[in-house]
Design a protein around this ligand. Structure first.
Ligand SMILES: Nc1ncnc2c1ncn2[C@@H]1O[C@H](COP(=O)(O)OP(=O)(O)OP(=O)(O)O)[C@@H](O)[C@H]1O
Ligand SMILES: [Mg+2]
Length: 603
């Protein structure tokens, strides 16, 4: 079953979990002190009404008892009204308490949900490439619900029920001697011990259900996100089978869970029924012996009923709390995940002057067993336009990811204007670099908002200027809804080239001192490509620019060309220089010229 764990959550026990949980909810509780206090007052009033009820019942029964001296009708009427009022107060104040406290739990859920969201965004790319969206979403949802449950029930159920048990035991002891209170204490202890043991035993099944639930959700989300691929390969049945298998596991886990619940509930019922029968028997005997009135009998019975309802509920709550803790544990496992890339304490902001970039003997691999970049050493002057070329998989995009500090190099250092990018804030670093990524994925929103994402404060006019600069103007003009057009999930309603130009427009808006184009024109036809490249040149004119390109014809006029091969820099120089050297670049160039010749659209 462990294979089902979506995240490697360490199995924590409640001793470490509860203090952690407290740290998360304490600020919300103290912020809403007034509300919490009012809710507690309502709780006391509700419980007060409840404790009055048996006494009123006793007085009524004794008052109506024909064998004793009956009370006057007006007194009976008064007691009936008091009984009704006590009942009403009990229910009303309980409702009021829940209404008041609802806001507090929602605040706490809001706060924790936001903290988790921010935390996940602070994690490194490596984490995100491994995460499973569907399962993660489920873990977060269950975790925040678990926290809300715990807050409500710990404060309003467990503590008050314990208080009620103490009160009832005291009342019975005071009025009827030790034997009754002893039975109550015994029943409660037995009940508590049994519930505790049985619930601990059941936690395992709850974890299994959760893991299976997250797993099936992961499968469903992953499969739907790959809708097109599923269709291309007509793998609907295959997908359905996999989902079916994972639902099957879920069903099995639920079955085990339910059976264990049956065992728990039955055990609890036996204890409750047993002790209730015993107490009633004792009371009945006392009435027959004349030691008690009928009213006392009713009072004891009523107390037992009232006590065992919350006690039975306590069993349920304890169970649910265990389940909630199991859920919260997974949420906290997410929160405990430390980002592999983090700001140093008191890191200063990057101060960009010219935007000079230096890679100093950089070694890097995504895992320990495979090196992707080796001894990479180059500098880019401020304002220079440098092209990065090389075969697929040579490590070009990796250079960009390191420059963005999505990963830290294993050896060596990367500097911008002399400042090591590992020693400045990630925020300031990333603000200084604008990128047109290799695969541009868009938000499911309008074209306008997607472009504005480059600088959320940009005005509509600025967005339109960026649209023109990215040669998107004609395309937008042809759209019936213009910039308001919705782009669909991940932007899939646009063509690859259109998506890329949206990414260019975003980069234009961001207007950062360093520009990176990763294969920025790979999806464009020759004419648009030329247009886009000239837009770039205009932009790159006063920026440092790194251009990654497969088609060498697009970068012939770069100030310098770096040739990467298997993560090593094998050649560098301008186009003409490199051609005279007759090395790797010449070979690449000639190969592309040969390919291009028979083609009709070669430029
Ligand atoms: N997140 C990752 N985890 C593990 N390996 C990776 C990861 N990203 C890339 N790689 C590997 O690192 C190598 C370099 O990848 P990179 O994306 O830098 O190549 P590239 O030069 O940009 O290629 P292309 O021209 O096809 O875009 C590849 O062999 C790739 O499989
Ligand atoms: Mg690449």
């Amino acid at each position: 079953m462990h294979s089902l764990q979506t995240n490697d959550s360490p199995i924590e026990d409640s001793r470490t979990l509860l203090p952690k949980l407290w740290r998360h909810i304490a600020p919300t509780l103290s912020e809403n002190r007034g509300r919490v206090g009012l809710a507690l007052a309502c709780l006391l009033l509700a419980k007060g009404g409840l404790l009055l009820i048996p006494f009123l019942l006793k007085a009524l029964v004794d008052g109506l008892d024909s064998s004793a001296t009956p009370s006057p009708t007006s007194l009976i009427l008064l007691m009936v009204i008091a009984y009704g009022t006590a009942r009403l107060a009990n229910t009303l104040f309980a409702e009021l308490r829940d209404t008041l406290f609802g806001r507090v739990t929602e605040r706490a859920m809001h706060r924790i949900g936001l903290a988790v969201f921010k935390h996940i965004h602070s994690l490194d790319l490596g984490y995100h490439l491994n995460r499973r969206t569907g399962g993660l979403a489920r873990d977060i949802e269950r975790g925040t619900n678990g926290i809300s449950f715990l807050m409500r029930f710990f404060i309003f159920n467990i503590a008050p029920t314990l208080f009620e048990i103490a009160m009832v035991t005291g009342i019975l002891l005071y009025n009827y001697g030790a034997s009754y209170s002893l039975v109550v204490l015994l029943a409660v202890t037995l009940y508590g011990a049994f519930s505790f043991r049985a619930t601990r035993w059941r936690t395992r099944f709850i974890r299994e259900v959760n893991a299976a639930d997250s797993d099936s959700n992961t499968r469903a989300v992953d499969s739907l996100m790959n809708y097109e691929t599923v269709k291309y390969f007509t793998n609907e049945d295959f997908e359905a089978q996999r989902y079916d298998a994972s639902l099957e596991e879920w069903e099995q886990a639920r079955r085990k869970n339910r059976l264990s619940l049956l065992a728990l509930n039955s055990g609890q019922a036996v204890i409750i029924a047993g002790s209730q029968t015993l107490m009633l028997g004792m009371a009945a005997l006392s009435v027959q012996n004349g030691d008690m009135t009928l009213g006392d009998f009713v009072l004891i019975n009523q107390f037992m009923l009232q006590l065992f309802i919350p006690l039975g509920f306590l069993g349920f709550v304890y169970r649910e709390i265990k389940a909630s803790l199991a859920n919260i544990e997974r949420l906290f496992a997410v929160l405990d995940q430390q980002p592999a890339v983090a700001d140093m304490p008191d890191a200063p902001d990057l101060r960009v002057q010219t935007g000079a970039i230096e890679f100093h003997r950089v070694d890097f691999g995504y895992g320990p067993d495979r090196s992707v970049l080796a001894e990479l050493d180059f500098t880019i002057e401020g304002g220079e336009t440098v092209a990065l070329v090389g075969a697929s998989g040579a490590g070009k995009s990796t250079v960009v990811k390191l420059l963005f500090r999505f990963y830290d190099p294993v050896e060596g250092a990367i500097r911008i204007d002399g400042q090591n990018i590992g020693e400045v804030t990630q925020q300031s670093l990333r603000q200084a670099v604008a990128i047109v990524p290799q695969d541009c994925v868009l938000f499911n929103d309008s074209l306008l908002e997607n472009i504005r994402y480059g600088r959320p404060t940009a005005s509509d006019a600025e967005v339109e200027a960026a649209v023109t600069a990215a040669y998107l103007g004609d395309f937008v003009a042809r759209l019936p809804e213009g910039l308001a057009t919705q782009v669909g999930e991940r932007g899939l309603k646009l063509s690859g080239g259109e998506r890329q130009r949206v990414a260019i427009a975003r980069a234009v808006l961001k207007d950062a001192p360093v520009l990176v184009f990763d294969e920025a024109t790979s999806s464009l036809d020759s004419e648009s490509e030329r247009a886009v490249m000239s837009a770039f040149r205009a932009l790159a004119g006063h920026h440092t620019a790194v251009v990654i390109a497969h088609r060498l014809s697009t970068i012939v006029d770069a100030d310098r060309i770096l040739v990467l091969e298997e993560g090593r820099l094998v050649e560098q120089g301008c186009h003409d220089d490199l051609l005279t050297r007759n090395g790797r670049y010449t070979a690449l160039w000639q190969a592309q010229q040969r390919e291009a010749e028979p083609s009709i659209d070669h430029s």
